[in-house]
Design a binder for this molecule. Structure first.
Ligand code: LAC
Length: 229
């Protein structure tokens, strides 16, 4: 594996939320229900992550749709917001209709043209991810969408990352895992994958004891690093 030049990977595995799909759309969806949409949506996402980690640690799986709904219950109570049923449906629906970041499709197109095998590995469910990937016109780029449902636990549990070598026969470090989420950088490194951090926001790396193998600003940077001659 030419890890110095970042070529020669057996496959590239992408995280979904925040990496391929713009979770900023959730903030915009929250504008109609609170005067503090950024803080409200940020607590919603933080609770979603917290509940997925807690349920993994407690060995008490509920799927990502249920967790997202539970997290919304928490944040509405915390903010004293009463949601009409149609508003609640609209907020939950926003998770199924996240747009891809503008750099995503051109980058996948380049990687596909260079014969890269690509997967999605996400904490989401097939029911949440498949329509969103399809709607964004990205389904043709991926061999498979792998989800937490198979192992009934969530990233950063090592077990979920191991799903990737069932789909692409390779050693873990021969696969490049691409994520914008700090906990996912640490989890994927702990599981033995080679990791590219997409630092779209300029935020610091979570100090969990693992450094990514490469850092890019967006997927255009990934293409430049992988396909540079
Ligand atoms: C995912 C979230 C964690 O797609 O970003 O798995």
């Amino acid at each position: 594996m030419g890890s110095e030049t970042f070529g020669g990977f057996q496959g590239i595995v992408f995280d979904a939320y925040g990496t391929l799909f713009d979770v900023g759309a959730i903030t915009r969806a929250c504008e109609g229900v609170t005067g503090e949409p950024a803080a409200f949506s940020s607590l919603w996402r933080a609770k979603q992550l917290e509940y997925s980690v807690l349920r993994t640690v407690m060995d008490c799986y509920a799927d990502f749709g249920e967790i997202t709904s539970d997290a919304l219950d928490y944040v509405t109570s915390a903010y004293g917001v009463e949601l009409a049923p149609y508003e609640r449906r609209r907020l939950m629906q926003a998770w199924l209709e996240l747009p891809p970041y503008p750099d995503v499709e051109p980058a996948l197109d380049h990687l596909d043209a260079a014969n890269q095998r690509m997967l999605i590995l996400s904490n989401g469910t097939r029911q949440m991810l498949d329509p969103m990937v399809e709607r964004a016109g990205l389904a043709r780029y991926f061999l498979a969408v792998l989800t937490s449902e198979r192992v009934q636990s969530f990233k950063p549990d090592v077990a979920i990352y191991q799903l990737v070598t069932e789909r692409i026969y390779a050693r873990m470090n021969e696969l490049l895992f691409v994520t914008a989420n700090g906990f996912d950088v640490a989890g994927a490194k702990a599981a033995g994958l080679t990791v590219c951090r997409v630092n779209r926001t300029g935020l610091p790396l979570d100090p969990l004891g693992f450094e990514p193998d490469m850092v890019v600003r967006d997927l255009t940077g990934l293409v430049d690093a992988l396909l540079a001659d």
